[in-house]
Every structure is written in structure tokens, then in C-alpha cells.
Design a protein around this ligand. Structure first.
Ligand SMILES: Nc1ncnc2c1ncn2[C@@H]1O[C@H](COP(=O)(O)OP(=O)(O)O)[C@@H](O)[C@H]1O
Ligand SMILES: CC(=O)OP(=O)(O)O
Ligand SMILES: [Mg+2]
Length: 399
């Protein structure tokens, strides 16, 4: 059985075609800079031990055009891997916000689509792109079952004391205002990998997902018990362009004293803040280069980014009553030794004894960057949201 996985982001589409149940990837790819100049699709085909990489440049105006271009690559006589889109039996979609309606992976029907649409205002950078991905896939892969895997699902195990806000009860009961949490597919995947690595299914783990969006989760024996993102994916950590935690008074001040309209505040906190707002760059590689060049704003931004994470490590160590491991994952977490060093230094009182040399060493796959005697293991675990999505889809279709 072939299952195609689509991870539609705000400006990118990640995709992977799997043969199930072997979980063998036939191809994977990334369409980047959708709607911007210099759009590019990087398409990788795996045959035996060999990987062939094709790069296709040219303007991609929107997600619909991007998905059609990807489908064309899949069936291309030279770099394609299937002869007909009808060969695909299921398409697994990452859907960022599932609200309280979805605690598990779900076959998509008209009612599920309506619910995903209803949640647009709660995840404006993500759910519209996810929805479009579903609509286009329905047109291209007409034979396939469409399946939704929600970022919020893993965090549905949080207790009310973690997910409720201290505001009137009616706002929760009537309007669903509570913390949901995101990146659940990644937190679930890396925490499972870490439990297997530690050979401890009861492990208390703090997972730190640092991509463009950033979040942390406190995971107790495989269950999320708290997480840093909330009602929408803007709270908690400092991100590429999102502010993370901020006093609500700032929002009133912006509107009442500085004349900001609600939409402008939304834009400010989602798109112009975080590392972009502090240092002028949202891409951590550019921030690192600026720090190297002696840029004081980039240095402060890097310290603030790490400091916020350090505070959440302290909080989640308390929530979990001790920790067995801390896990770094996603673009920054997996690749940026400097950020990991800033976060993990001076945490010996928690039993975190960081190995600075191991942290700087080149490596791939799951690996430890704490010293052998450290009571708490610090791990790098590469995330693979697409693999987790395909496993979820296959599990659902077999059930
Ligand atoms: N070698 C690296 N050093 C530092 N940061 C990196 C490196 N490689 C990727 N990143 C950062 O990872 C982030 C993107 O992570 P990713 O998980 O791909 O994000 P998303 O899935 O949210 O688009 C960017 O900020 C990028 O700069
Ligand atoms: C939910 C979220 O923030 O996702 P991403 O990191 O892909 O933007
Ligand atoms: Mg991501």
C-alpha cells in the first residue's frame, strides 16, 4: 500500500511517499518559498542505497500550484516513483489545529473539513494551508482516503490544571478557550524514540522542538502533561517571528495608547516578533552569523531565546517531579550547537551535566550530548513528522 504524506506549512510543503507496512520511503521533498520569488522544490528519490536529488526552480504562486507540481514530479517518467496518482491509497495530512474535537487521527469527511475550517481564526498561519492541501489532494488523488493527523492530538492528555486559563469558566465551556498545544506529532515521535533509546517506557522527558515555530512539552511515560504553546501557536518560547509569552497588558497598551488595530497586533506578535523582531533575522543561521560578526542585538536575541527555554526546563522539571532526559529536535534543536550550549549550561543542580565537546561534534541520528555520569541525559533526536503521520494513518486504516 502506498501512503502519501503532506505537511503543508505557511510557506512550504514537505511531502513523503511511503510503501506500507515496510515504512520504506520511495521519495520525499520540500517545496519552499511558496508565493515568494525563487520558489524551489527539492525532490529526493530513494532506490536501494542511492538517493537521486532533483531541484526544480520557478515561481510557485500558491499551495495549489505547489501540490500540482509535486504530483507531476511523483509521476514524472524520469524522476517519478509511481505511474498513476490512483496508485496512492491514502494521503496523510498534518493539520495543526484540531481543537477539542480531535484527540486522534481521523478520516477526513465533509464534517471534519468544516471543523478544520471553523478553527482558521485559532491557527491563521497554518490551518488554511492545511485545508487547501486537503482540497487539492482530493482532486489529484481521487482514489485515496484522506486522513488528518492533528498537532493538537498528543496534548489532549494534559490535565485541566495545565490546559485551563484562569478566566471565567463560561469562556471555556461555551467558546473552547483553553490551551491546546501544538507540534504534538513531533513531541510524540521524539519522546517515543527517546524512551526506546533509554529503554525506559516510564521515562520523564522534556521535549524541546525548535524549528520556525518552537515549543516544549513535559512528557510523563509517553503522555504529554504540559506544553508551552496554548490557545494558538504563539505563546511560550521565542520563535522565528513569534513573540511567545508576553504580558496581556502590552496588547492593551498597543491598542489603547499606540493606535494598533487588532489585526495589526496579531500580525506584530505572529510575523514581526521573535528573533525577527529582536535581531532582524528569523532564520537562526543568519542570527548565528550576526553573532559571529559581533552584532549585539543578535547576541541579546540568542540569550533571550535560550533563557526562555531554560525557565521552561525548570518549570517542567518541577511538573514532572524530576527528569530522566531532555530532548532537542527540529531545525534549530538538531543543528545549532550554540543554542543548545546556551540552554544547558549551569543546570547541574538539576542533574544536567552537559558535554560541550559531544555537543559540537558532527553526528546524525539519535545521540547523547551529556557526560556518561549525568543523571539526566541530554539527547538530540531528529524529528520525523512524516514518518509519525504515516504510522498513524496506517494504524487507523488497519483498525
Ligand atoms: N545548521 C543550522 N544551524 C542553525 N540553525 C539551523 C541550521 N539548520 C537549520 N536551522 C534553523 O532551523 C529553522 C527551521 O527549522 P524547521 O524544523 O525546518 O522549521 P519548520 O518545520 O517550522 O519550517 C530555521 O530557523 C533554520 O535557520
Ligand atoms: C504549530 C507550529 O508552530 O508549526 P510550525 O513550527 O511548522 O510553524
Ligand atoms: Mg516544522
Amino acid at each position: 500500500m502506498y501512503i502519501f504524506v503532506i505537511n503543508s506549512g505557511s510557506s512550504s510543503i514537505k511531502y513523503q511517499l511511503f510503501k506500507m507496512p515496510s515504512e520504506k520511503p520511495l521519495c520525499s521533498g520540500l517545496a519552499e518559498r511558496i508565493g515568494l520569488d525563487h520558489s524551489i522544490i527539492t525532490h529526493k528519490v530513494y532506490k536501494g542505497d542511492a538517493t537521486t536529488i532533483t531541484k526544480q526552480e520557478g515561481f510557485i504562486p500558491d499551495h495549489e500550484a505547489g501540490l500540482y507540481a509535486v504530483a507531476k514530479l511523483l509521476t514524472d517518467p524520469e524522476v517519478g516513483v509511481i505511474s498513476n496518482p490512483d496508485d496512492i491509497e491514502a494521503v496523510g495530512h498534518r493539520v495543526v489545529h484540531g481543537g477539542e474535537s480531535f484527540a486522534a487521527t481521523t478520516i477526513i469527511d465533509a464534517a471534519v473539513k468544516a471543523k478544520i475550517k471553523e478553527l482558521f481564526p485559532l491557527a491563521p498561519l497554518h490551518n488554511p494551508a492545511n485545508y487547501l492541501g486537503i482540497e487539492v489532494a482530493e482532486k489529484i488523488f481521487t482514489n485515496a482516503k484522506q486522513v488528518a493527523v492533528f498537532d493538537t492530538a498528543f496534548h489532549q492528555s494534559m490535565p485541566p490544571k495545565a490546559y485551563r486559563y484562569a478566566i471565567p469558566e463560561a469562556l471555556y465551556q461555551q467558546h473552547g478557550i483553553r490551551a491546546y498545544g501544538f507540534h504534538g506529532t513531533s513531541h510524540r515521535y521524539v519522546s517515543k524514540q527517546a524512551m526506546a533509546y533509554l529503554q525506559n517506557s516510564k521515562a520523564k522527558i522534556i521535549t524541546i522542538h525548535l524549528g520556525n515555530g518552537c515549543s516544549m512539552a513535559a512528557v510523563d511515560a509517553g503522555k504529554s502533561v504540559d506544553t508551552s504553546m496554548g490557545f494558538g501557536p504563539v505563546s511560550g518560547l521565542v520563535m522565528g517571528t513569534r513573540a511567545g509569552d508576553i504580558d496581556a497588558s502590552v496588547i492593551f497598551h498597543l491598542m489603547d495608547q499606540l493606535g494598533y488595530e487588532p489585526q495589526a497586533v496579531n500580525n506584530l506578535l505572529n510575523k514581526q516578533s521573535g528573533m525577527q523582531g529582536l535581531a532582524g533575522f528569523s532564520d537562526m543561521r543568519e542570527v548565528r552569523a550576526a553573532v559571529q560578526a559581533g552584532n549585539a542585538q543578535a547576541e541579546l536575541a540568542s540569550e533571550l531565546y535560550a533563557y526562555r527555554i531554560k525557565k521552561y526546563i525548570g518549570a517542567y522539571a518541577a511538573v514532572l517531579n524530576g527528569i530522566d532526559a531532555i530532548v532537542f529536535t527540529a531545525g534549530v534543536g538538531e543543528n545549532d550547537a550554540d543554542t543548545r550550549q546556551r540552554i544547558c549550561s549551569h543546570l547541574e543542580f538539576l542533574g544536567i551535566h552537559f558535554d560541550a565537546a559531544a555537543n559540537r561534534a558532527e553526528g546524525s541520528g539519535i545521540r547523547s550530548i551529556s557526560i556518561a555520569e549525568s543523571p539526566v541525559q541530554v539527547l538530540i533526536v531528529p524529528t520525523n513528522e512524516e514518518l509519525e503521520i504515516v504510522q498513524q494513518c496506517y494504524g487507523l486504516l488497519q483498525a
